[in-house]
Design a protein around this ligand. Structure first.
Ligand code: Q46
Ligand code: ZN
Ligand code: ZN
Length: 302
C-alpha cells in the first residue's frame, strides 16, 4: 500500500481519517498533534524546567523523546527525567536499563528514586506483607515520589506518557464510579495547586498503537517488559469495551476525550468540593488529616 500523500510505502493505516502513511508523513502527523498539545497545555512566561516521568516503557520514552525534540532547543526550557524504581525484580531493572540508554542518547539529566531509599520498602517486599494488592501501594507511592522529586528538582511541570487509550479508560472508569473528585484531578493541569506540580500529557490524543509504532520506527530505546503484578482486571474490562466501540465507530476515543474536556470546566466550578488539607506527617496536600501514602506506610509498619 502506498502513502496517501507521496510515492513511498505506507507503514500504517489510520482508520479514523482513512489515510495510509509512510514513515515521514506518519512522523509529521503525530508530531504535529503533540506540538499542538504542548501549545495548549504549556504557558512559558519565564525559563522553566520540565521533568519527564520516565518508566522506560514505550509511552514515557516517546514522551521524553518528543519533549526534547519539540522543546529541547529552547533556551528557556530545561528538560530532565526521573525514573521511580519500585523494587520489582525481573521488571524494573529492564525498564531502568532502557531509560538510562535513552537519557544518555538524548543527553538528558536522569534521576532515579527508589522506594527502598524513600520509603524503606520495595513493592516485592510489600507483595509478601501488604494487605492490599501491590498496585494499590505502588500507584500512591509512585505519585508521591514523582511529585516530591519534581519539587526537589524545582520543576515547573511534570510530563507523563499517558496516551489516548489510557486517558479514555480512566475517564470512563471514573464516570462509572461516579468519582467526580478524581475526574476533576485528572491532568493535564494548567497551574501549580496546593503543592502539586502540574502534569502535562502531550500524548493524551495519540492512540496507543501510534505511540508504539512511532517508538519502533524511530528506534527509540524502550523496554517491552511487563510488570509481574499487572492484573488490573477492571481496567482491562474498560479497555475491551472502549476498543470495541472504536472498532465499530472509528473516532469514538477522540469523541469521549473531547467531551470530557468540554465538561471539565464545569467540574472545576463545582461548589461542593472537598477541602484540601495538609498531611500532618509529611505536609503533602491531602483530603484527610494524614495522606494516603503516610497512612499506607503506617499500615505496613515501615
Ligand atoms: S508497576 Fe506498580 Fe504498575 Fe506493577 S505494581 Fe502495579 S502499579 S502493575 S503501572
Ligand atoms: Zn508519505
Ligand atoms: Zn503524608
Amino acid at each position: 500500500m502506498k502513502c496517501s500523500f507521496c510515492e513511498r510505502d505506507a507503514i500504517i493505516n489510520i482508520r479514523y481519517n482513512g489515510t495510509h502513511l509512510c514513515k515521514e508523513h506518519f512522523n509529521r502527523f503525530l508530531e504535529r498533534r503533540v506540538r499542538l498539545e504542548f501549545r495548549n497545555q504549556l504557558i512559558i512566561e519565564k525559563p522553566i524546567k520540565i521533568v519527564v516521568a520516565l518508566s522506560g516503557g514505550k509511552d514515557s520514552s516517546v514522551a521524553l523523546y518528543l519533549t526534547k525534540k519539540i522543546l529541547g532547543k529552547r533556551r528557556d526550557v530545561e528538560v530532565e527525567a526521573v525514573t521511580i524504581d519500585e523494587g520489582i525484580g525481573g521488571y524494573r531493572n529492564l525498564t531502568l536499563e532502557a531509560a538510562k540508554k535513552l537519557t544518555e542518547q538524548l543527553k538528558v539529566k536522569h534521576e532515579v528514586v527508589s522506594f527502598k531509599d524513600k520509603f524503606g520498602i520495595t513493592i516485592d517486599e510489600i507483595s509478601k506483607n501488604g494487605q492490599l494488592l501491590p498496585c494499590s501501594y505502588c500507584g500512591v507511592f509512585r505519585r508521591k515520589s514523582i511529585n516530591d522529586a519534581s519539587i526537589e528538582l524545582d520543576a515547573d511541570y511534570v510530563v507523563t506518557g499517558l496516551n489516548l487509550d489510557d486517558s479514555v479508560q480512566t475517564v470512563i472508569m471514573n464516570m462509572a464510579r461516579g468519582d467526580l473528585d478524581r475526574l476533576e484531578r485528572l491532568g493535564p493541569h494548567f497551574k501549580r495547586k496546593d503543592g502539586m506540580i502540574p502534569r502535562l500529557q502531550p500524548l493524551r490524543k495519540i492512540p496507543e498503537r501510534e505511540v508504539l509504532i512511532y517508538a519502533i520506527v524511530n528506534n527509540i530505546p524502550f523496554s517491552h517488559a511487563e510488570c509481574p503484578y499487572a492484573s488490573d482486571a477492571i481496567r482491562n474490562e474498560f479497555r475491551e469495551a472502549v476498543d470495541k466501540w472504536e472498532e465499530r465507530t472509528p473516532g469514538t476515543k477522540f469523541a469521549i476525550l473531547n467531551s470530557f474536556d468540554e465538561i471539565r470546566n464545569l467540574l472545576y466550578s463545582r461548589e461542593d468540593k472537598k477541602e484540601i488539607k495538609r498531611c500532618k506527617i509529611c505536609g503533602a496536600p491531602s483530603a484527610g488529616e494524614i495522606c494516603k501514602s503516610c497512612s499506607m506506610l503506617m499500615d505496613l509498619k515501615v
